[in-house]
Design a protein around this ligand. Structure first.
Ligand SMILES: *Cc1c(COP(=O)(O)O)cnc(C)c1O
Length: 354
């Protein structure tokens, strides 16, 4: 039975990645060892992490001379702290577009002073705010490229003269982007890059010279880069799954092809939301996310009926986050258009049945 998995993260994993993961667990590359039991110092693992770093840079269009890729632990949430502890000296700028931005701000405030540059809190984070001119004395500007809970996403990033940092946990590699605009990006793997347990960080090498001194080595980007992501035992299996996911993206035709499919999927679903009178979109139209589609029922009395139709169509994980209510369909890279078509059929069926 096929389940259509719209969960926000951990989320749908392609069959290719699942099958290859199983193979690797049973017998990695015909070595007679499971990927679960190989040493992180073995040539087998060094090969895995090297390829994963190389592919991350290749797919983001960045070169390995000016940028370093790291696979760290502690989730994107640890990056809220790490970005600040490494680079916050006097004052840093933060854009507040929802819960994840707020969490990043909260962590940074434990380290130093922050300025909230702009916010969309006034309308429950349903839009992406304009960015005012940014004070060039700030240490960096931090933003969340895609707001997983509210379903908004940046289309155009602010131009800055200060280092630009982005939490891309829920939209990394979902579209072609000039990644060289960013000085540091990070993404927990469990949405577009595999499973929970590792976080991709891409950092411009120039930035390593600006790192605050006397910070714990496990939190220092410089120490991680110098030790090639092997400062301590890395999460071997999650990194392997990320490598398989990156290989899958490449095999599909790269980010260009992934973007094309993502746009088709999103268009299909938003079109249904806009034309079906039983549903309303949550996010401001021009800021709608390609990854997390948020919507509500025009009349809550249809809730039970919609839920039982979703069950009937094997649709899983569309319940919205408690702070927005309604529904959220997470349609990350790996999710097929067939799953989105099924959700659209289900929404049409609700209309017909009323
Ligand atoms: C899921 C998510 C996080 C949290 O990631 P963890 O790996 O659980 O710490 C942070 N930021 C964004 C934008 C997310 O979508």
């Amino acid at each position: 039975m096929q389940i259509h998995n719209f969960n926000p993260g951990p989320s749908y994993i392609s069959k290719f990645v699942i099958e290859k993961s199983i193979e690797g667990i049973k017998n990695y590359n015909n070595s007679g060892l499971s990927v679960l039991e190989i040493s992180h110092r073995s040539s087998a693992f060094l090969n895995i992490i090297e390829q994963a770093k190389e592919l991350s840079l290749a797919l983001t269009g960045l070169d390995n001379k000016n940028y370093s890729a790291l696979f760290l632990q502690g989730g994107a949430s640890t990056q809220f702290l790490m970005t600040a502890i490494n680079f916050l000296k006097t004052k840093a700028g933060y854009i507040n577009t929802g819960s994840w931005s707020e969490k990043a701000i909260k962590e940074a405030k434990n380290i130093g002073t922050i300025e909230e540059i702009s916010s969309s809190k006034d309308k429950n984070f349903s839009y992406i705010p304009e960015t005012p001119t940014i004070d060039s004395s700030l240490d960096y500007l931090h933003l969340t490229s895609n707001n997983t809970i509210f379903g908004t996403q940046y289309n155009k990033f602010p131009a800055t003269t200060i280092p630009l940092f982005a939490d891309m946990s829920s939209d990394i590699l979902c579209r072609e982007l000039d990644y060289s605009k960013f000085d540091l990006v990070y993404a927990g793997a469990q949405k577009n890059l595999g499973i929970a347990g590792t976080t991709l960080v891409i950092i411009k090498n120039e930035l390593l010279e600006k790192i605050n001194t006397a910070i714990p080595s496990i939190l220092s980007y410089k120490d991680h880069v110098e030790k090639d992501s092997l400062l301590n035992t890395p999460p071997v299996f999650p990194i392997y799954v990320s490598l398989l996911t990156l290989q899958w993206i490449k095999e599909q035709g790269g980010v260009k092809e992934i973007e094309k499919r993502n746009r088709e999927k999103a268009e299909l679903l938003y079109n249904e939301i806009d034309t079906n009178p039983l549903f309303n979109g949550f996010a401001n139209e021009k800021d709608r996310s390609l990854m997390n589609v948020t919507f509500t029922l025009a009349d809550e009395k249809h809730e039970q009926k919609f839920q039982s139709l979703c069950d009937e169509y094997n649709i899983n994980g569309v319940k919205g986050h408690r702070s927005v209510g309604g529904y959220r369909a997470s349609i990350y890279n790996a999710l097929s258009i067939e799953s989105v078509e099924t959700l659209v059929d289900c929404m049409q069926k609700l209309k017909q049945s009323i």
